[in-house]
Write a protein that binds this ligand. Structure first.
Ligand SMILES: Nc1ncnc2c1ncn2[C@@H]1O[C@H](COP(=O)(O)OP(=O)(O)OP(=O)(O)O)[C@@H](O)[C@H]1O
Ligand SMILES: [Mg+2]
Length: 336
């Protein structure tokens, strides 16, 4: 049992595709709500699986699901569009109306550049993380499959360093024209819209200060997110694994990477373990194969608290079934 999983305000649930992340995150969110912890369940998965799971539309705003439980599906597309609209408006205040069409063209191109969606998404994630321990006692992130999550989580550091670079850049007072030309061609991989914001930084005076404030605020947001993420008293990372070869391999790799970034991994849910009473020749063969992977999991994660969850006869959709799963992972709530 992972009894202390719901004692920190931030919980990230990660793992390979299809292992049961969304199910586990929802189960734990329900368990948190059952403990009267105001809980926000957040999905960063563009597939919008929370809506499917709870059988209702949720979308890009906090939506009440049950007592003490809210959900939010961050939409990277919408997020990037909103960000782009802000940047466009800001740049148009700095150029002659004659150049508006060119500003639009450049920024519409940037919308498609690698990194743009992730940057917009990450900024939103950072904002939602800020709500943990304030508006909500518990924020549970149902993340996209492992590789992406780990990369995303490692970005705040990069983003902060980047914004620092931009601040230095604008002090050298680059010309908007040359900045736009620079953006038009030869964009380096990983550029995001924050670079475009710096293109507007050619003016001095109050506008300059305003931009400086915007960049500084952005930087603080990412630094703060990173601090939260690395603070074992604030954040925990729960990994979900299935007892099969690919899932085990990927989870071992992900755990190593998280450790390298000093992200506190606090537990492991071994999901879809064949129940003892499942009978038949076919299942006996499967169970033998599974036993080897269960052993490997125990060996590789000997120091990590973990809980086994059986393969259930059907998909887990009903609230009661999800809550039962949550209790299996963190235990029943203490009597009132
Ligand atoms: N222990 C279990 N027993 C039976 N079915 C399960 C169990 N855990 C999860 N499932 C089912 O497996 C399917 C996939 O689970 P889920 O959507 O939680 O995975 P995921 O890791 O979020 O997938 P994705 O990577 O696509 O987001 C769902 O239909 C879910 O109901
Ligand atoms: Mg999912």
């Amino acid at each position: 049992m992972l009894g202390d999983l719901l004692t920190r305000p931030l919980l990230f649930v990660g793992g390979k595709g299809g292992v049961g992340k969304t199910t586990t995150a929802a189960a734990l969110a329900l368990a948190a709500a059952e403990r009267d912890r105001r809980c926000l369940l957040v999905s960063t998965d563009p597939a919008h699986s929370l809506a499917d799971l709870f059988g209702r539309s949720i979308g890009n705003r906090e939506t009440a699901l049950a007592a003490s439980l809210w959900a939010l599906e961050i939409d990277p597309d919408q997020q990037a569009d909103e960000h782009l609209a802000t940047v466009k408006a800001r740049m148009k205040r700095l150029v002659h109306p004659r150049s508006y069409a060119e500003v639009d063209r450049q920024l519409d191109l940037a919308r498609l550049a690698p990194g743009t969606m992730e940057a917009a998404m990450l900024e939103r994630v950072a904002e939602v993380m800020e709500m943990a321990g304030r508006e909500y006692d518990q924020v549970v992130f149902d993340t996209a499959p492992t590789g992406h999550t780990v990369r995303l989580l490692s970005l705040p550091e990069v983003m902060a360093a980047w914004t620092d670079g931009l601040l230095g850049h604008r002090e050298r007072s680059a010309q908007l024209g040359s900045a736009l030309r620079h953006l038009g061609g030869g964009r380096k991989k990983g550029d995001d819209l924050s670079l475009l914001e710096s293109a507007a930084d050619h003016e001095t005076g109050s506008r300059d200060e305003e931009l400086n404030d915007v960049l500084q605020a952005r930087r603080r947001k990412f630094v703060r997110a990173r601090e939260q993420l690395l603070d074992p008293a604030v954040a925990s990372f729960l990994m979900v694994v299935n007892p099969d070869r690919l899932s085990v391999l990927e989870t071992i790799k992900a755990a190593e990477m998280l450790r390298r970034f000093s992200v506190p991994v606090t537990g492991l849910v071994v999901n879809r373990v064949l129940p003892d009473d499942a009978d038949g020749v076919f299942l006996a063969a499967r169970r033998r194969q599974e036993a080897a992977y269960l052993e490997e999991i125990d060996r590789a994660f000997a120091r990590l608290p973990r809980v086994r969850v059986p393969l259930l006869p059907g998909d887990v959709h009903e609230i009661e079934a999800l809550l039962a799963l949550g209790r299996r992972i963190v235990g029943a709530p203490p009597p009132a």
